[in-house]
Design a protein around this ligand. Structure first.
Ligand code: 2PG
Ligand code: MG
Length: 429
């Protein structure tokens, strides 16, 4: 029997973009406790659960989270204190009911998620288990294929590429630790190539390089060059994964590529992906089409879905209903999973389960605004999802997740298995 929740406390802390966010600490009657911190996106989907901000221009440019904190103390705590610490689904449902809106707009998904994860952490602590083991059904042993964002553009690096994320995936590595080492070597190779080419090596929000004035395919060429320069085979050893975040480029059904000075129809964008798929070793494409372009998604999936992983982020927003619709319409074959897009741990686990029942993969993801919190590292191992994206192997809020995965791999010892390329959709064909 897990003891009951004794107290819930929230505070304002900072995220990696110098914005405030919420941290929540939960204590159980046994004295066991758990804490978490909530991340924040920049290229947020229109249908994401609401991140409650104060809107008081005199504090943190309106971005304070004191209202969300007050909601934790005044509304959520009185309800959940006294509930069993391991009653995760009940605790989450109680918060959903208290909020009463479809998008968690009253209490704030940031307030609700903070409590949800802190409760799980406290219960794991009382059970004497690491979070990845507490959240798992059986004995979790699978370390994920990491998708590392080494070149940042879009909303994460103004002035860089139109497309948001150019990632590498060490598909051919024997272990997670080796895959991470390979990727770090590519990261440094890219740094050297940029430096030698007279380009600045400034970093974007997710720790990848953000060279100004690059064309999108110029960025792809640099990434391939870096993989080769580090001594790895593009495709077989290290593949490329993309998140162009096209919802940010779309207006009135057209896609605007400012760097290229071109405007594409949905069909032309699908052509571009098909062309890139021939020219480059791309294993995974996230948000290749915009969040409400269902026609575009269907034609992209019909064209490339048998060859590559097509991940929906803004279109599905970790929402079971939206994922179900995507499965029905055959709009994609994979879903991006972000805890704060939906706002509770239970609904996040349900989203992963829904995807997996349809044979889809789930990519567990960070946000561009992050903290040192490592919940997603434990979550990807607990669920056996086999895929994580958590930025470049640089900057503390990104390396915290990779370092946590290294620790889990070491703890599992001989039992640890590395997903590598087998986690990707096309390897299932
Ligand atoms: C994305 C994410 C994370 P943001 O689009 O997938 O990389 O960015 O957190 O800004 O939405
Ligand atoms: Mg995305």
């Amino acid at each position: 029997m897990t003891s009951n929740i004794a107290s819930v406390r929230a505070r304002e802390i900072l995220d990696s973009r110098a914005n405030p966010t919420i941290t929540v600490e939960v204590a159980l009657e046994s004295g066991a406790g758990g804490a978490t911190a909530v991340p924040s996106g920049a290229s947020t989907g229109a249908l994401e659960a609401v991140e409650l901000r104060d809107g008081d221009a005199k504090r943190y440019r309106g971005k304070g989270v004191l209202k969300a904190i007050a909601n934790v103390h005044d509304t959520i705590a009185p309800k959940v204190v006294g509930m069993p610490g391991d009653a995760q689904r009940k605790v989450d449902q109680a918060m959903i009911d208290l909020d009463g809106t479809p998008d968690k707009g009253r209490l704030g998904a940031n307030a609700i998620l903070g409590v949800s994860v802190a409760v799980a952490r406290a219960a794991a602590a009382e059970a004497g288990k690491p979070l990845y083991r507490y959240l798992a059904d059986g004995e979790p042993t699978l370390l994920p294929l990491p998708l590392l964002n080494i070149l940042n553009g879009g909303k994460h690096a103004e002035g860089s590429t139109d497309f948001q994320e150019f990632m590498i995936a060490p598909v051919g590595a024997p272990t997670f630790a080796e895959g991470l080492r390979w990727s770090v070597e590519v990261y440094h190779a890219l740094e050297r190539i940029l430096h030698e080419g007279g380009r600045p090596t400034t970093l974007g929000d997710e720790g990848g390089f953000a060279p100004p004035g690059l064309a999108n395919d110029g960025a792809m060429d640099l990434v391939v060059q870096a993989i080769t320069a580090a001594g790895y085979a593009p495709g077989d050893q290290i593949a490329i994964a993309l998140d162009p975040a096209t919802s940010e480029l779309e207006s009135n059904g057209k896609y605007e590529l400012t760097r290229e000075g071109s405007t594409l129809t949905a069909d032309e964008l699908v052509d571009l992906w098909a062309d890139w798929c021939r020219r480059y070793p791309i294993a995974s494409l996230e948000d290749g089409m915009a969040e409400e372009d269902w026609d575009g998604w269907r034609s992209l999936n019909a064209r490339l879905g048998d060859r590559m992983q097509l991940v929906g982020d803004d279109i599905f927003v970790t929402n079971v209903e939206r994922i179900r619709e995507g499965i029905r319409q055959e709009a994609a074959n994979s879903v991006l999973i972000k805890l704060n897009q939906i706002g509770t741990l239970t609904e996040t686990l349900d989203a992963i389960a829904e995807a997996s029942r349809a044979g889809w993969t789930s990519v567990i993801s960070h946000r561009s605004g992050e903290t040192e919190d490592t919940t997603i590292a434990d979550l990807v191992v607990a669920t056996g999802a086999g895929l994580i994206k958590t930025g470049a192997p640089a900057r503390g809020e990104r390396t915290a997740k990779y370092n946590r995965l290294l620790a889990i791999e070491a703890e599992l010892g001989d039992r640890a298995r590395y997903a590598g390329g087998s986690a990707l959709v096309q390897s299932r064909a």
